[in-house]
Each structure stands twice: as C-alpha cells, then as structure tokens.
Design a protein around this ligand. Structure first.
Ligand SMILES: Cc1cc2nc3c(=O)[nH]c(=O)nc-3n(C[C@H](O)[C@H](O)[C@H](O)COP(=O)(O)OP(=O)(O)OC[C@H]3O[C@@H](n4cnc5c(N)ncnc54)[C@H](O)[C@@H]3O)c2cc1C
Length: 564
C-alpha cells in the first residue's frame, strides 16, 4: 500500500515490526526483502514521485569549498526512489581486496570479508536489472571475447574486468507495483523523519518523529529501525538526534560524519595506441543477456599490495571535449548542450569559464561540418537511449585517431578530517543542516600517479603505444571538478572498534540495539567501484539479519501489525 503522510491523524503513533526510513535503492530492496520474509514494514519516504523544489530544499547545506564538493542538494534526490531516477546505472561489485586491512591504506579493513557480501551480488544484479553476476569479459563473451587492446597482455594490468549497466532502473517506478501490492508493506510518502528518540538508557530507539511539509506531525514505534536515507542524511539524522546524548546517536567517539569518502576521478593524459583503430575496443559491448558492458584497465591485487597502492580503474575516454580542435561534431554538440543538461551531468563538461566566443564558434563549425556523424549519432541516441527501455549508457563514439585520455575512478584513502557536521541553520522542518568538508590527501594523488606509471610502463613493454601525462599537474587534473558526485561514503562506517566505527558487522549502530543503517554510509573504504550494487547487496544481507533477529524475539500482536 502507498499512502500520503498527510492522511495520518495528527500526533498519532504508528506501529510496525520494522520501520525503514528512506526509499532509495537501499530502502526499497530492504523493505521488499523483509516483506518477502513475512515481516511487516513501514517505509517512510520524505518525497513524492517527482522532484519538488520545497522537498529538495530540505537537503540544502553548506560546503567548505565548492570547487572540491558540490552543494549537498545536488547529486542526490529527496523523492520516492531516492537518487535512482537520475543515476547512471553503472554496476560493479567491490573486489575482494577492498575488504582487507591494508597497512598502506590507513583505516582500511572491513569487519566482514568479500565472502560475506558476494552471495548477495547475484540478487543485487537482479534488483538493479544489470543481468547476470558475471564481471569477467572472457566469462561473459566466451570464444567471442575480443581483447580491449589487441596485443596488450600484461601480468599486472588487467583489461578483462567489466562494468555492467542497469537500465538504469528507477527504483520507484520499477518496484511501485510490488510495494503497492505487498500486504505487509506500507509506504508513506511525504513523511520526513526529523528525529530519532532513544530510551533514557540510550540503548533502544523508542520512536521517531515524522513531519510533513503541510504541517502534519506524528511518531512511529517499531521493533527495529533502519536508516536508508543516503550517505549524507544518515550522519545528519544521527547527529541531530540529541535527546539522550548531546553528541548525537552512535557518536560517543566523534566518528559520525567523519572519514567521509567519495571517489578520486578525472580524465588524465594521452594514450596513443599504435596501429589501426580496430585494435582497440573502448566502447560498450552487449552481453548475451542484453546488458551493456564496458571494459576497464585495472591493477592486479598482488601488484597493488606489492607497491602499496589504493584500488583504481581507468576507462579509455575522449581526450579534451572542451577543446574544439578534435573537430568532432558530436563532441562539440555535447559541449554546446552542456548548459541544457542537468547540473549533475553537465558539471564535468564545464571548462571553468575559459571558453571564448571564438571557442563556441569553432564548436559550432564542427557540428555544421560533420553532418553525417552528427545525424547518425542523433538517430542512434534517440533510438538507443531516449526511447529505449534499456538505455545506451553514455556518449561513446568511434575513435578515429586512436588517442585517448584515461578516465580514472579511484579509491580514496579514509581520513578523519574529511567530514560532514551540523551547522546552526535549520531546514523548514527545524532539522539542523549539514556542512560538508570533503578532503583528499596527497596519498590519493600519489597512488593514482604510481598506478598510471605502471600502466605506462606496461603499454611500452608490450609495444602497443605510449601514455603520457603531466605528473606535476596530476593533482589539478584530478581535482578539476572535485569529488566525484553522488558517491557519499563512510560517514557511519562499519567496524569492530567503537572508537573508529559507528556500526558493527551487521550494520547495527554499536550502542543502540534496534537501529541499523543501510547504504554507503557504512562502507569503511570506497573501492574503485561505484557504490549502488554493493549498497543493494548489503541491504539484502541486512534484511536476512533483521528477519532472523526478529524471528528470535516474540513479537506482540500490536507491534506485528501495521496499526495506529
Ligand atoms: C547523477 C548521479 C549518477 C550516479 N550514477 C551512479 C552509477 O552509475 N552507479 C552507481 O553505483 N551509483 C551511481 N550514483 C549513486 C547512486 O545514485 C546512489 O549510490 C544510490 O542511489 C544511493 O541509494 P540509497 O538508497 O542509499 O540513497 P538515496 O538514493 O539517497 O535514497 C535516500 C532516500 O531517503 C529519503 N530521505 C532522506 N532523508 C529522509 C528523511 N529524513 N526522512 C524520510 N526519508 C528521507 C530520500 O528522499 C531518498 O528517497 C549516481 C548518483 C548521481 C546523483
């Protein structure tokens, strides 16, 4: 059932076995899996189906340096489905090494291993509509597999690892009917959790406060609560809930909001491949299950360990879209359209205001003098992206020059000083807003630099081409657009040590018996991988744990039902 929070009688107290707060990928996967296991769930969602500026404004906050991190109301959506209506759909599981304690990555090491999460990846792939859980090109394409770069065979640089693409699935649309039909799930839209109230001993959630923008107020009581509100809102709610502890919930050691991670990302250097253009396969391939896939360059885990490097991948990318000398009509068209694209997708096309009128004219000339490619691209985009159910993931063109930039997606090294914290200003519902102070470390840049050096020397050793980049400007290149948006990680990290973590191996807040966190806030390290597939996998694991724990306790009839 899907209802509106404004229909709840004012000051009522609702009951459910489990209350899940937030209906993004994490919350929907968690709620429906719990329901499949026979548990009754109340799923509270702040927003409605569409983006609405008043609701979205509840996400506003400050950033310490806007060049490094976008404002907190960008790159996330406060609405039914969370950010999935705008996500890119790139799905990649974490690597086994990501869970390990690595002496050269401070604060690394999860309290669980890859083996604890991997059983949930196949189902996570299904939730994300990313096809089979196969991420190795040879496994996926078998005898039809064509190498990424012909002649490039390296024991330390892999080219076989794939990323798969979701439709991209908008979770509110895709799972709406299931949520509507499920007898033991009640979804409540427009329901903003404004505070979590603890029992006086601080060890149990007593209830949560809920408010709507139309002025309704009520509370919810449940056996268990799960925060699935995303990597920025989770610490915000924990820190803002101060009725028992002045420092907020789970914050006895000042860890909530700290160790904030994104990904280190940027387009770097120039890779020139020898030979004809069909030596390289840099674009999308369609797997036998119909899912778009793409290969990446990655460094063998043994080599990461030997050299003390964080995890990182690189994709072959266009070099310099903003520079019209590429003479490509499609790229120029994309550049000219950047102001029409949403903030999130236009940001990385921005040239920092350096373009002159002449630059725009040269881009326009490229479009006009390249009508065949431009028209072919438009037709392809309309049929395979705009009007397709499973969308061609992004603009990739046949490369006529065999020259590429490397598009980096790198793990970031955790540090306590990278953090989000509350400020005095409050939102319309009276909840204190966030200030984001995202920081990176010279170690992050150095790790990318040394990984690129391995790539460069392996390209040369295999005589397939050369890779050059400006070593001195690497930090600037990687930080041109700041932190990679949309990946909000580590702000309620998982661990065994209460002094450096907020939740335990079961995603339960250490100090509170019935409060759990679903989402990337719990990741202690960020991997090279985009977060959502692992968010879903961990939500499914959490559902198993919560359902098992609930079955161990005798549930009273009022709490088991969804009454008022
Ligand atoms: C432009 C863009 C592209 C992206 N591309 C990719 C990609 O290709 N691959 C990938 O893996 N990831 C990608 N991401 C990241 C991905 O979208 C997120 O990892 C994922 O959506 C997070 O899911 P979530 O459920 O944890 O959080 P969210 O999606 O943030 O959902 C949180 C939910 O909680 C609700 N909520 C918040 N506060 C409250 C409250 N107080 N009370 C009640 N409800 C509340 C929100 O309305 C929202 O519905 C992208 C993100 C963006 C912005």
């Amino acid at each position: 059932m899907i209802t509106d929070a404004n229909t709840v009688p004012r000051n009522a107290c609702l009951y459910a076995e489990v209350c899940v707060i937030g209906s993004g990928a994490a919350g929907i996967a968690l709620a429906l899996t719990l329901s499949d296991k026979g548990k009754s769930v109340l799923l509270l969602e702040a927003g409605y189906d569409r983006e609405d500026s008043r609701t979205q404004a509840l996400y506003k906050g400050e950033v310490s340096n806007e060049k490094l991190h976008s404002p907190p109301d960008k790159y996330r959506q406060r609405r039914f489905g969370g950010s999935t209506p705008i996500w890119g759909g790139r799905c990649v599981p974490f690597d086994p090494i990501d869970f390990d304690t690595r002496s050269y990555v401070p604060f690394s090491g999860w309290p669980i291993s890859y083996k604890d999460v991997s059983p949930f990846y196949p189902a996570a792939n299904v939730w994300a509509e990313a096809g089979r859980c196969q991420y190795d090109a040879d496994e996926v394409f078998g005898l039809a597999s064509v190498p990424m770069i012909r002649g490039f065979v390296s024991p330390v640089v892999y080219t076989n690892s794939l990323e798969r693409f979701s439709c991209p699935t908008n979770f509110s649309k895709r799972y709406r009917n299931r949520l509507q039909r499920a007898v033991n799930v009640r979804v409540m839209l427009g329901a903003n959790c404004t505070a979590i109230r603890l029992q006086p001993n601080g060890q149990q959630v007593q209830g949560i406060d809920v408010a709507t923008l139309s002025g309704n107020r009520f509370s919810v009581n449940a056996k268990m609560f799960a925060l699935a509100v995303g990597g920025l809102e989770t610490p915000r709610l924990l820190l803002a809930s101060r009725d028992v502890s002045a420092a907020g919930i789970g914050n006895e050691y000042d860890v909530v909001g700290r160790y904030y991670l994104c990904h280190i990302a940027g387009s770097v250097g120039l890779l020139t491949i020898k030979g004809s253009t069909n030596v390289v396969r840099h674009g999308y391939e369609v797997a036998p299950d119909g899912v778009y896939c793409r290969r990446r360059l990655s460094l063998a885990p043994s080599e990461q360990r030997r050299l003390g490097l964080a995890n990182m991948v690189a994709r072959l990318h266009f070099s310099g879209i903003a520079d019209p000398s590429h003479r490509n009509g499609v790229l120029s068209g994309l550049y000219l359209a950047k102001n029409l694209i949403s903030y999130e997708y236009g940001k990385r096309l921005d040239d920092g205001g350096t373009a002159t009128f002449a630059t725009y004219l040269r881009h326009l000339r490229n479009v006009l003098t390249d009508p065949v490619d431009t028209s072919a691209f438009l037709l392809h985009w309309l049929t395979k992206h705009t009007y397709a159910e499973r969308k061609f993931p992004s603009v990739i063109l046949r490369n006529k020059t065999n020259r590429f930039a490397l598009e980096i997606n790198g793990e970031q090294i955790p540090q306590a000083t990278s953090r989000v914290a509350l400020i005095d200003a409050t939102d319309e519902l009276g909840v204190r807003r966030l200030r984001v102070d995202w920081r990176y470390s010279p170690l992050d840049i150095d790790s990318v630099r040394r990984t690129l050096d391995v790539f460069a020397s392996e390209f040369e050793r295999c005589n397939i081409g050369s890779f050059q980049y400006n070593r001195d400007a690497l930090g600037e290149d990687l930080m041109r657009y700041g932190a990679f948006g949309g990946h909000h990680i580590g702000t309620a990290r998982m661990g065994n040590d209460v002094r450096t973590s907020v939740v335990d191996a079961n995603c339960k807040v250490h100090s509170v018996d019935n409060l759990f966190v679903a989402g990337s806030a719990v990741f202690p390290t960020s991997s090279q991988a985009n977060p959502t597939l692992t968010i879903i996998a961990l939500s499914l694991r959490l559902a198993d744990h919560m359902a098992r724990s609930l079955s161990d306790v005798v549930v009273s009839p009022t709490v088991a039902g969804l009454g008022q």
